[in-house]
Write a protein that binds this ligand. Structure first.
Ligand code: SF4
Length: 329
């Protein structure tokens, strides 16, 4: 057996409760605050000091008093935390935890499109979803999250055309609700794009009276059949408002069920199944493979080794100014 497989087997045999105790001890010993996104495993959310969506966690990062932040999420989120807390050490359990949306928009390609549009004499404002690299953020005028997108779009002067990157589905939805025409970058999230509309309709039929909640990163055909469209913090608020027990069909990353069950345990939550586009088979998981790189073992190792660390890059200065004006003001 290879050394890697031996290590994997050892990791799998570690007791989750022992790991959680060890994480708790290490974070106190080493003065670390853990921020965890709603899409990581529930047990990691349980050992975190702050949990939330991208907007809340970006704001939480500025309130941290410890010398180090460990960001259990994906790379662009840890970069954002570093930008907003430049004096802190920012750790991420796995440097390879990326994002299909962020990957779909590379800075060189964005710069080329902006130059071409400006050369045509078009007065554009580039609005980026937070799921972008810091290098892309440094080329943009505004950053939005699913939690503040509508408000930011309203701040873009009416005489400017909006170039929205990188999520075409969120952009289309925002264009519809705001009435602003947008040039859409053709990116999408690999998780939200695979929801199966047939399975959603079947789940609705099998659960009479249930409500469908969908993330605006989902394609239009899923949003059309949804009773509530919103980001993850908005979903939490929505279920907390309903006091009578009911059933929710949830079209977003399946780990979102964990914070929903915690904040409104009176309800039943059913994750909407996805469809594997290559084979046509359905899968009931809808797990983000990048978020799944965060495990109790990788969090413990990161605390123990104080690595990997997100380091300051030259373009962070420009990106920081755009993030701060969009998310903190
Ligand atoms: S769920 Fe989608 S948008 Fe979120 S990190 Fe994963 S790939 Fe990116």
């Amino acid at each position: 057996m290879s050394a890697g497989l031996v290590q994997l087997e050892r990791d799998l045999n570690e007791d989750p409760l022992d790991l959680m105790d060890e994480i708790d001890r290490l974070k106190k010993e080493k003065d670390v605050t853990i921020l965890a996104h709603f899409y990581v495993d529930g047990e990691i959310q349980d050992v975190a000091d702050f949990t939330g969506d991208s907007l809340k966690l970006a704001r939480d990062a500025t309130k941290v008093t410890s010398s180090t932040i460990l960001f259990a999420g994906v790379h662009f989120m840890a970069e954002t935390a570093k930008m907003l807390s430049p004096d802190k050490r920012v750790l991420i359990p796995d440097m390879l935890a990326g994002c299909s949306l962020a990957e779909s928009c590379q800075p060189e390609a964005l710069k080329k499109m902006q130059d071409e549009l400006r050369a045509e004499g078009r007065n554009i404002s580039t609005v980026a979803y937070i799921n972008t690299s810091a290098a892309v953020k440094s080329l943009c005028d505004w950053i939005v999250t699913s939690g503040n997108a509508r408000e930011i779009i309203d701040r873009v002067p009416a005489d400017q055309e909006i170039l929205f990157v990188p999520d075409q589905h969120l952009g289309r939805y925002l264009s519809e609700v705001s009435g602003r025409k947008m040039i859409l970058w053709p990116g999408s999230c690999m998780v939200h794009e695979v929801f199966s509309i047939q399975d959603l309709l079947r789940a609705k039929r099998n659960n009479p009276g249930s409500l469908v909640m969908a993330h605006p990163e989902c394609p239009a055909n899923v949003l059309e059949h949804s009773d509530f469209i919103g980001g993850t913090e908005a979903m939490r608020k929505f279920v907390m408002q309903k006091t009578e027990p009911m059933t929710f069909l949830v079209a977003t990353e399946a780990n979102m069920i964990h914070p929903l069950e915690k904040c409104a345990p009176q309800h039943k939550y059913i994750p909407v199944p996805g469809i594997m586009t290559s084979s046509g088979e359905t899968c009931a998981c809808n797990r983000c493979p990048h978020m799944a790189r965060n495990t109790l073992v990788s969090v413990r190792n990161c605390l123990r080794d104080f690595a990997p660390e997100v380091l300051w890059q030259p373009f962070f200065d420009k990106a920081r100014a755009v993030v701060a004006k969009s998310l903190l003001n």
